[in-house]
Ligand binder design. Structure first.
Ligand code: IPE
Ligand code: IPE
Ligand code: MG
Length: 261
């Protein structure tokens, strides 16, 4: 698979101008760290370390471009099954990155939140995450979500449990459960659904990411391995997004370009 071609200069000129070109919410599966390292004869952990710079670049580019929310998949509920050494290494890397980056994110008015099953994380990491969330809670800049120990199925199950608790407490009737209530009990409650989903590393699958919220996202796949991803690549994805006609089940004539990203 080759990366999707960039639009030509002539095509770019036809893009509608203004805010509408930019996705409000971008969700990224940051994949390919291990292969990046293996290709260089290095241990997989070197790839994870090299994956931090593109995280920074993506956050900066989104903030600069006027993206409202960015959700990054850092560690899945299935990644716990990796060799213990790799899991331990990833957890230390999260801790170090948090300690190093949070002050600058805060200075740039980023609001940081974590999504996922925190109970499976170390108490130390949980405390740092909570502190970072608290510090940045009132920021009015980019809404950054990092998915750690996250699975789309887990998210739906925990939302079901939450609604079931409300039913058994008598504060909710089963027939009142609708899409809005379910969405409101999910981890991304309060945010618009991702408009653009990006996966690096060449695989074309969702791997249990945001199963509910990706229902109508535009999907963009690139062969670029995550440590090689950068602002230019992200911009290329934005430009593709801007050219897609989003129909949400209607006909092309009905939307008449009006629902164009
Ligand atoms: C993504 O890169 C990072 C995590 C899943 C933690 P991978 O570690 O999956 O890299 P590949 O896919 O093996 O190359
Ligand atoms: C998805 O990547 C999870 C993250 C990037 C955090 P994986 O590498 O775990 O996905 P699979 O195993 O190839 O589906
Ligand atoms: Mg992978």
């Amino acid at each position: 698979m080759t990366p999707a071609p960039r639009p030509t200069a002539a095509e770019r000129e036809e893009l509608p101008e203004g805010r509408a070109r930019v996705p409000r919410h971008v969700a990224i599966i940051m994949d390919g760290n291990g292969r990046w390292a293996t290709a260089r004869g290095q241990p997989r952990q070197a790839g994870h370390k090299a994956g931090i710079a593109p995280v920074r670049a993506s956050i900066e580019h989104c903030a600069r471009s006027g993206v409202e929310a960015l959700t990054l998949f850092a560690f899945s509920s299935e990644n716990w099954r990796r060799p213990q050494e790799e899991v331990t290494n990833l957890m230390s890397l999260f801790l170090e990155a948090l300690d190093r980056e949070v002050a600058e994110l805060h200075a740039n008015r980023v609001r940081l939140r974590f999504i996922g099953d925190r109970r499976s994380l170390s108490v130390r990491l949980q405390a740092r995450m909570a502190a970072a969330e608290e510090l940045t809670a009132a920021n009015d800049g980019l809404k950054l979500q990092i998915a750690v120990s996250y699975g789309g199925r887990w998210d739906i199950v925990q939302a079901c449990q939450e609604l079931a608790k409300q039913c058994s407490a008598g504060t909710l009737r089963p027939e009142e459960i609708d899409e809005a209530r379910v969405a409101g009990a999910l981890q991304l409650a309060g945010l618009p659904d991702p408009d653009l989903f990006i996966r690096t590393g060449g695989e074309q699958r969702i791997s249990n990411f945001l199963l509910w919220n990706l229902a109508y996202s535009e999907l963009y796949f690139t062969d670029t391995l995550w440590p090689d991803f950068n602002a230019d690549e992200l911009q290329a994805a934005f430009e593709h997004f801007a050219r897609r006609e989003r129909r949400f089940g209607l006909t092309g004539a009905q939307v008449g370009g009006a629902v164009r990203a």
